[in-house]
Design a protein around this ligand. Structure first.
Ligand code: SF4
Length: 714
């Protein structure tokens, strides 16, 4: 499906995998995309794409696509049914559960993979129309800690950067981030940096990014928070503090200084297994840098103290005045193509657009913007993901609707989750593929269209709204999630409530109304056409911005926002006093430590540039499958392997306190002694992990559990 020069027309859409949000030029013949090439003029990727993007069309053609609704029969097997029967069954069964066990006994689990318009529709339909109180997104698994950290420190969930910062820093610090593999086009942007920047990587594993770094601080797992405090201590002791910035724009500096004074470099270095000199060098690089940017992803987020670790990164940026200028920032890179949309628009923890369910004024404002009765809007947010799963265990949740996510593979301590799904009285899975591990537990499967088969907007990591477009017909009877939600609204009898929600662009206009006067205000965007013409637009883009831009540059036509748009250049944060807050906390012990029975600490993460999450899509491409090992593997340090008499390429058994799996040994020095690493993309990995969570965000701590590895002699 690579580029076809014989196509009739081309059109550009945002990629549907990761949060980079590359622009892909689709080559369309007779209404069907026949090929694609990376878009050279798109400001995100500048003509580059990773293998997943190149293969984006091929995975739509899989025989594993769900092409009709499937209903589990009395024989226990799934049978094709018409949409009418499927929707009647949906309503009868879900209502039946609510009648038998109470209105709150049904929940939904959603995704960061569908457009904002669909997320908002799902959130509004369930919570305002169907009386479903509890629902959460799989974004809880990847970036909830960044949300809670930003909200408390900045007053709003606001990643401040723009991708140009990758090219404008003279020092980049990556903490628990491996962009070479996880965000390869962002890494390409780093490689374009003309300043010969220092690249510092803080990561227990010698990742591809660490290999390319100026300095790799290969810390023992979960010593990151103490290390960041020690770096902060050095910065303060050596007076690398931007005093004017701290005095004018922050709050809590004295508390920060007193707190970090306890994090002596030698002690922290010893505990972390690195040299004191490397900590000093890192602090010096940050302190003397002209434009320093700090970037983090799942190594920080997926931790039992992820929120506080993210805030320790934010503290460093604030302390040194590295925010609001080119090449700076405390920058969370998110994961999924629309994780940022989920953060704003899923209507689960936050009322549409970061309003608050608990706030009467916010409820009234949202009700007015939607033209709905205020009484429809509940006065509290949903349970978080882990509490929903716990609710199934306790028998409080009896019905579950899962949309475009695969928790039977991805949820922490997965074997437990699978047993729980089997306890449900009714489970609906709405997905492109009927073969996911989660769909195996479903009573009803609703077939949905995928990326390329529908339209809407994604928001990428730098807050850019980008368009996705319909360039293919969905197979069989599969429908866009948007149209499934519309149909459910109709069958549930609440279609009148959503009369305005006719198509994705109509919902985009609703989202614009809801964003008004919020930090994420997008009232200046002149519809999908404007997004298309500009190569996407970063929030905020207000009516005032638009008026200024069109009169300045465009003779009154909808103006093109400037490409470099970062937050806080005006020195105002979103807290009531406009100041950012330094937040500190005590370092917590690891929830599960190694011991003589389970002496190895297992890390998990992204394994290959060509794999995506639970491989639901990527394994449908022969090209992508050929780029990584099909069989699950574990990386083991050569010295450990020697002691355990394990040979590279042999099968080994890996046991945790939860389960036991058999995988292939990959003996490699990427991990230090006493540690091992498994990619999350294999079904086996999360049978081992420990269900433990960051208390502030509810994010699972995927990165640390104790295991034993033994040679498999069968
Ligand atoms: Fe798509 Fe991400 Fe690859 Fe870009 S880097 S092509 S957005 S998967």
């Amino acid at each position: 499906t690579h580029g076809s020069m014989a196509a009739d027309v081309t059109t550009t859409a945002t990629c549907g995998y990761c949060s980079t949000g590359c622009g892909l030029r689709l080559h369309v013949r007779a209404g069907e995309a026949v090929g694609l090439t990376p878009e050279t003029s798109y400001p995100v990727n500048l003509g580059m794409a990773c293998p997943k993007g190149w293969e984006a069309l091929r995975v739509l053609d899989s025989p594993e696509r769900a092409t009709t609704p499937l209903l589990r029969g009395a024989d226990g097997k799934m049978h094709p049914v018409e949409w009418d029967q499927a929707l009647r069954t949906f309503v009868t069964e879900i209502r039946g559960v609510q009648d038998r066990h109470g209105i709150d006994s049904v929940a939904f689990l959603s995704t960061g993979q569908i457009p904002s318009e669909e997320m908002a529709f799902l959130g509004a339909l369930t919570r305002f129309g169907m009386g479903i109180k509890h629902g959460d997104g799989n974004t809880r698994q990847c970036m909830a800690t960044a949300v809670s950290a930003y909200k408390e420190s900045f007053g709003f969930d606001a990643p401040p950067y723009t991708y140009d910062d990758f090219e404008q820093s003279d020092c980049l610090v990556f903490i628990g981030a491996n962009p070479c593999v996880a965000h390869p086009i962002m890494w390409e942007r780093v490689l374009r940096n003309p300043n010969d920047p220092k690249i510092i990587v803080i990561d227990p594993r010698r990742t591809e990014t660490a290999t390319a770094a100026t300095e790799h601080l290969q810390i023992r797992p979960k010593n990151d928070l103490a290390l960041l405090y020690a770096i902060t201590n050095v910065l303060i002791e050596r007076d690398y503090v931007d005093h004017d910035f701290v005095a004018a724009l922050t709050e809590g500096f004295d508390t920060l200084r007193e707190h970090v004074a306890a994090y002596d470099v030698d002690t922290v270095a010893r505990a972390a297994g690195i040299s004191a000199a490397s900590i000093i060098r890192t602090a010096e690089a940050i302190g003397t840098g002209r434009a320093v940017s700090l970037w983090w992803t799942m190594g920080v987020n997926q931790s039992y103290e992820g929120t506080r670790t993210a805030q320790a990164i934010i503290n460093i940026a604030l302390l040194t005045g590295n925010i609001g200028r080119p090449g700076t920032g405390a920058n969370s890179i998110t994961g999924q193509c629309n994780a940022m949309g989920s953060r704003l628009w899923s209507n689960t923890s936050n009322l549409l657009g970061h309003h608050r369910f608990e706030d009467e004024n916010d409820r009234r404002k949202v009700a007015q913007a939607l033209g709905m009765d205020e009484a429809c809007i509940p006065s509290e947010g949903s349970w978080k993901y882990d509490r929903i799963i716990e609710g199934i265990r306790r028998g409080e949740i009896k019905g579950l609707w899962v949309i475009a996510t695969n928790p039977a593979h991805s949820w922490i301590h997965q074997s437990d989750a699978r047993e729980l799904f089997d306890k449900l009285e009714f489970m609906v899975v709405q997905d492109m593929y009927h073969t996911t591990e989660t769909a195996q537990h479903a009573h009803l499967v609703l077939p949905s269209a995928g990326w390329g088969e529908k339209e809407g907007t994604f928001i990428n990591s730098e807050r850019r709204y980008g368009l996705i477009k319909k360039v293919r017909r969905a197979p069989g009877q599969a429908l866009a999630d948007f149209h499934i939600f519309r149909a459910i609204a109709h069958y549930w009898g609440v279609a009148d409530q959503f009369a305005e929600w006719t198509d994705p662009e109509a919902v985009f206009r609703i989202l614009q109304r809801l964003s008004r006067d919020q930090p994420c205000d997008i009232t200046g965007i002149d519809g999908y056409r404007h997004l298309d013409a500009c190569g996407g637009i970063q929030w905020p883009w207000t009516q005032q911005d638009a008026a200024k831009s069109s009169s300045d540059t465009n003779g009154g036509a909808p103006g093109k926002p400037p490409q470099e748009r970062r937050l806080f250049a005006d020195g105002r944060f979103y807290r009531p006093n406009s100041r950012a807050l330094f937040v500190v906390d005590q370092v917590q012990p690891m929830p599960e430590r190694t011991d003589p029975v389970y002496p190895i600490l297992l890390l998990t993460g992204r394994g290959s540039v060509s794999q995506w999450h639970t491989q639901t899509r990527t394994r449908q491409s022969p090209v992508l499958r050929s780029l990584y090992p099909v069989e699950p593997y574990i990386e083991i340090n050569p010295v450990d392997a020697d002691e355990l008499e394990i040979v590279h390429g042999e099968k080994v058994n890996v046991l945790s306190r939860r389960d036991e799996i058999t995988v292939t040994a990959n003996v490699t020095a990427t991990v230090r002694r006493g540690q091992a690493f498994m990619p999350m993309h294999y079904e086996a990995t999360n049978r081992l992990t420990l269900a433990h969570f960051d208390p502030h965000s509810g994010q699972p701590s995927y990165k640390n559990c104790a295991v034993r590895i033994i040679a498999n002699n069968e």
